[in-house]
Design a protein around this ligand. Structure first.
Ligand SMILES: Cc1ncc(C[n+]2csc(CCOP(=O)(O)OP(=O)(O)O)c2C)c(N)n1
Length: 586
């Protein structure tokens, strides 16, 4: 613990804070922080205290009823939980951490939130302003560390800035293309007494334009291209959900009759049983949408960013097609793929404008071409995975059985690896915001804490966290958070006793030289029990359905470990360096 030599006398501070609660004139910086959060409608914060953020925690003490604080077991867990919360609730997730190691423990989650466009506000404590730059105890330059991985960050050294900066932070995190913002507050600013001022929400920041101006001439151009297309294909990303444009998408699809696929991050923006839905794009996505990307004449990309896992080899990506790209972030348009018609703007506004201008159409013959390829994937891959001839279970059959029980209504949270690809390929979704996964960064250890946050964001839903035996061991300490606060998370560990995804690559590309991918695990069920969480382990197929049922019906968190094939691979696969139409079925 740091020395208090730089702080005021402890009991003096305490007395002052107690007096401040009902003081109509004065407030402390810390209380201003709490007031700002309440004014922004924050109800849940995920965090971990420490010396440099103690005044904020002290102020929080008096607001326990209005502001729920979930004490995670590691700051990385705190930010992943805030991400999960943001993803299922559509609101800004908030994470607290202390200076130094607390702040650096947030870094992975901040990078993850940045690349996956999660609206997050991180508040970190910092050493006294007078000590900045002196290598003070637990001092780290979190502003420079997080500069490239935040949408905006700022260090407050004077409490007078708190209202304005936090208002700006929430505005920037949630508007335009959402992202993480970090506000670092020195301890003197937290303790500083200031005059009470009304908190004004921010609606505008100079030189920050969250929404580019909509250019109707480009929407007209897009409509013309679509109206002439014989084989148009829509590919959608998370932008649909971030823009709350699910209905606008459905209207566009209904009128246009165009087949549609999603990216990993776009999963659940559309019912997986939608008649025009043709599957998942990307390295382990479905066969038809990958192949047809290189066959369509018009590619309509909406709220997605042509990630390399989606495009495969860029110089062989959709070269035959005219590309129309809808995005709120102009920097994404033309970044990876040359665009014929750029449509800047919020797709909630641009999509209806487009729908008005397009002809009513029916592309049933073109859709049939997707369905033909789908049949191939079904016989070559899916049927074999759903009904293996071996005794040992496949990941796919576990997810398929889960679908029968959840009916596409559960939130599926994943960790990273083969199980993630399997869950994303096979999970069914009937509603929006039901898929929570680490897409852009691929962060192992994301699953468990994100699932905790997902439950706080949507406590009325079943939260099923699908995880590998490797990734679970990265953040399993968050079982303690579940135990203490009672989040209801169904933990489904698909145990192949390997770091499966890396093993798959070593098998396919490194001549089966399995270099350090063999991983032993503890007794997961006993571990869960140590945290007062019920669970069981199964190995036999005939136990699967009942075990999943028991897990789902259990009132509270539950851990189910399913032993799956050690050397099963996830197919199809677009090998790195190959084109999407060269996707391998086996
Ligand atoms: C923090 C982090 N470290 C390393 C990796 C590289 N990596 C990707 S998948 C994977 C294996 C995951 O193994 P497991 O959690 O058992 O899941 P499986 O692939 O077997 O389903 C690894 C090591 C990563 N994505 N994230």
């Amino acid at each position: 613990m740091e020395s208090y030599s730089n702080t005021q006398n402890k009991s003096e501070t305490l007395q002052k804070d107690v007096l401040l609660i009902n003081n109509p004139i004065q407030t402390s910086g810390s209380q201003a922080v709490i007031n700002a959060l309440l004014a922004e409608g924050v109800t849940t914060v995920f965090g971990y205290p420490g010396g440099a953020i103690m005044p904020i925690y002290d102020a929080l003490y008096d607001y326990k009823d209005q502001l729920e604080h979930i004490l995670v077991r590691h700051e990385q867990g705190g930010i992943h939980a805030a991400q999960g919360y943001a993803r299922t609730s559509g609101k800004v997730g908030v994470a607290f951490a202390t200076s130094g190691p607390g702040a650096t423990n947030l870094v992975t989650g901040i990078a993850d939130a940045m690349i996956d466009s999660n609206p997050i506000v991180c508040i970190t404590g910092q050493v006294f302003a007078s000590l900045l730059g002196t290598d003070a105890f637990q001092e780290t330059d979190v502003i420079n560390i997080t500069n490239p991985i935040t949408k905006w960050n700022y260090q407050i050294t004077d409490a007078e800035e708190i209202n304005e900066v936090l208002a700006k932070a929430f505005h920037i995190a949630r508007t335009g293309r959402p992202g993480p913002v970090l506000v670092d507050i020195t301890k003197n600013a937290q303790l500083q007494l200031i005059e009470k001022k009304k908190y004004e929400k921010c609606a505008h920041v100079r030189s920050y334009r969250p929404e580019p101006e909509i250019r109707t001439e480009y929407i007209k151009a897009a409509a013309e291209v679509i109206n002439q297309a014989k084989k148009p294909f829509a590919i959608i990303g998370q932008g649909i959900m971030l823009g709350k444009a699910e209905q606008e998408l459905k209207d566009f699809l209904a009128k246009s009759g165009i087949p549609v696929a999603t990216t990993l991050m776009g999963l659940s923006s559309l019912d997986t049983d939608h008649p025009q839905y043709v599957g998942l794009l990307g390295m382990h996505g479905n066969y038809a949408p990958n192949v047809k990307t290189n066959d369509c004449d018009v590619l309509i990309a909406i709220g997605m960013r042509f990630d390399d896992r989606v495009t495969g080899r860029l110089d062989k990506y959709a070269k035959q097609a005219k590309v129309i790209h809808f995005d709120i972030d102009p920097a994404e348009i033309g970044k990876n793929v040359k665009v014929t018609v750029p449509v800047w703007g919020d797709c909630k506004k641009t999509l209806p404008l487009l729908t008005n201008l397009i002809d009513t159409n029916n592309h049933s013959e073109w859709l049939k071409e997707f369905r033909e390829l789908e049949k191939e994937e079904r016989t070559e891959v899916i049927d074999k995975e759903f009904h293996p001839t071996t005794d040992v279970m496949s990941m796919a059959e576990v997810i398929n059985t889960l679908n029968e029980l959840t009916n596409g209504e559960a939130v599926i949270v994943t960790d990273v690896g083969q199980h993630q690809m399997s869950a994303c390929r096979y999970a069914k979704f009937k509603d929006s915001k039901l898929m929570v996964t680490s897409g852009g960064l691929g962060t192992m250890g994301f699953g468990l804490p994100a699932a905790i946050g997902a439950w706080y964001g949507a406590p009325e839903k079943d939260i099923v966290m699908v995880c590998g035996d490797g990734g679970f061991q990265m953040t399993l300490q968050e079982l303690g958070t579940i135990m203490q606060f009672g989040a209801k998370v169904k933990i489904l560990i698909l145990n192949n006793s390997f770091l499966g995804m890396v093993r798959q690559w070593q098998e396919l590309f490194n001549y089966k030289r399995y270099s350090f991918v063999d991983i032993t695990s503890p007794d997961f069920v006993a571990l869960a029990k140590a945290y007062q969480i019920e669970g069981q382990k199964i190995e036999a197929r005939n136990e699967l359905k009942n075990a999943l049922k028991e897990m789902l019906e259990h009132d509270g968190s539950y851990l189910l470990e399913v032993v799956v094939g050690k050397e099963n691979n996830v197919f199809p696969m677009v090998e790195q360096g190959t084109s999407v139409s060269e996707i391998r079925l086996k």
